[in-house]
Design a protein around this ligand. Structure first.
Ligand SMILES: C[S@@+](CC[C@H](N)C(=O)[O-])C[C@H]1O[C@@H](n2cnc3c(N)ncnc32)[C@H](O)[C@@H]1O
Length: 370
């Protein structure tokens, strides 16, 4: 027995539990406005922060100790003040910014609350259904990506597929599958007034929220929302653009869904599959903080809810190699990794150019792996 190794491990475990608790308390800082009250305010005493945020002084004092210990805020021991550096505030305070990470904390209580259920699920091999994750889940999933979709989808991502932009500008048809609370369909409908836009998700609560958002911005009549599973994906008339954002690995039959999407595309149509940006090898992924976090979410949510639907529990970190192989099996002859810079998402444009050209030749374009 290597005593030093053992001690290192013990300290790591204790530290990791501390970090997990601090991450849980990020949720409190986000929801109770503490981070917002600190942003740009410079060094503050606990009392001053409590007053600014309208929070209890004793709680704030203890919370600041946790945040300082985790390295989320900076402590000046001489003045006994705490500051949130601008470099940290940019991820914590502005929900409309594409850098906002508050959505990640929003899901934490719900995900961790599932751990007792998982103990049983690990024994039986059965799943935990999407709806069992609680009423907060659709909002938490939305919060993780809303600001990125609103800031990036039309401005940076679609331009990587000029054929999609041209079709939607000319009044084409777009469907977002697994649309959750509808941020992608609403964003598309705003940007392409001539296009027909739809969203589909099997979670009725998410679709209700999506319909509400569409109504709020006066697009209630322009976007069709289907509260249906992917197997009910409408195929006639076909679609010029189909997207799935973080969905395929959650499905009961990922290959069947890809085949269905392929057959629902119009000639020359494009399928954008967005999946976590991870490597094919576990050894590489565990060096990557994004992938490590995704394995956690996958084990707590993606796998159990896929198993609950009778699916294979593909898991969020299935990687490009398997995605590429599955796309080929589904009959797509185009699989292009789009050259879009994003730390967490990989963008694959799929299609069937053979069908358009009628050549019968198989074309497989390889995109950038950066
Ligand atoms: C991780 S969430 C992604 C939601 C949204 N696309 C986003 O990026 O925020 C996965 C979505 O897939 C939906 N989903 C899971 N299984 C489904 C199925 N069988 N048919 C349709 N939607 C499904 C869930 O309801 C959920 O909204």
């Amino acid at each position: 027995m290597d005593k030093e190794k053992s001690t290192r491990f013990m300290l790591k475990l204790v530290g990791d539990v501390g970090t997990t608790l601090a991450a849980g308390l990020l949720f409190v800082g986000d929801r109770s406005g503490l981070f917002k009250a600190m942003a740009g305010a410079g060094p503050l005493s606990p009392d001053a922060l409590a007053e600014r945020a309208g929070a209890s002084s004793r709680y704030v004092e203890e919370w600041l100790a946790v945040m300082a210990g985790a390295g989320y805020v900076e402590h000046d021991p001489a003045a006994d003040t705490f500051a949130l550096p601008d470099e940290h505030a940019m991820y914590l305070t502005d929900a409309s910014s594409e850098y906002y990470l508050g959505g990640l904390f929003q899901g934490l209580p719900g995900f961790l609350a599932m751990t007792p259920r998982l103990v049983t699920a690990f024994k039986t091999g059965k799943g935990v259904s999407f709806s069992d994750f609680g009423a907060e889940l659709p909002g938490s999933l939305e919060a993780m990506n809303r600001s990125v979709y609103e800031n990036r989808l039309v401005r940076s991502w679609l331009p990587a597929m000029p054929e999609v932009v041209a079709r939607l500008q000319a009044g084409g048809r777009a469907l977002d599958v697994g649309c959750g609370t509808g941020v992608v369909p609403v964003t598309l409908a705003k940007a392409f007034p001539a296009a027909t836009i739809a969203g589909l998700d099997f979670d009725a609560r998410s679709i209700d929220i999506a319909r509400g958002y569409a109504r709020e911005v006066g697009l209630g009549n322009r976007i069709a929302f289907f509260a249906e599973p992917v197997e009910a994906l409408p195929t006639d008339p076909g679609w010029d653009f189909i997207s799935t954002f973080d969905v395929i690995h959650d499905l009961p039959d990922p290959l069947g869904a890809m085949k269905r999407i392929r057959s629902a595309l119009n000639e020359g149509g494009t399928y954008l599959m967005v999946e976590p940006k991870v490597a094919d090898q576990l050894e590489k992924n565990i060096q990557n903080p994004f992938a490590r976090m995704l394995y956690g979410m996958s084990c707590l949510h993606c796998v159990p809810q896929s198993l609950a639907q009778g699916g294979p529990g593909l898991g969020a970190c299935w990687g490009e190699g398997r995605a590429r192989a599955m796309a080929r099996e589904a009959g797509f002859t185009r699989f292009e990794r789009l050259d879009i810079r994003n730390p967490a998402m990989a963008f694959y444009a799929l299609g069937d150019p053979d069908r358009l050209a009628g050549t019968g030749l198989s074309v497989c374009r390889q995109g950038s792996d950066s």
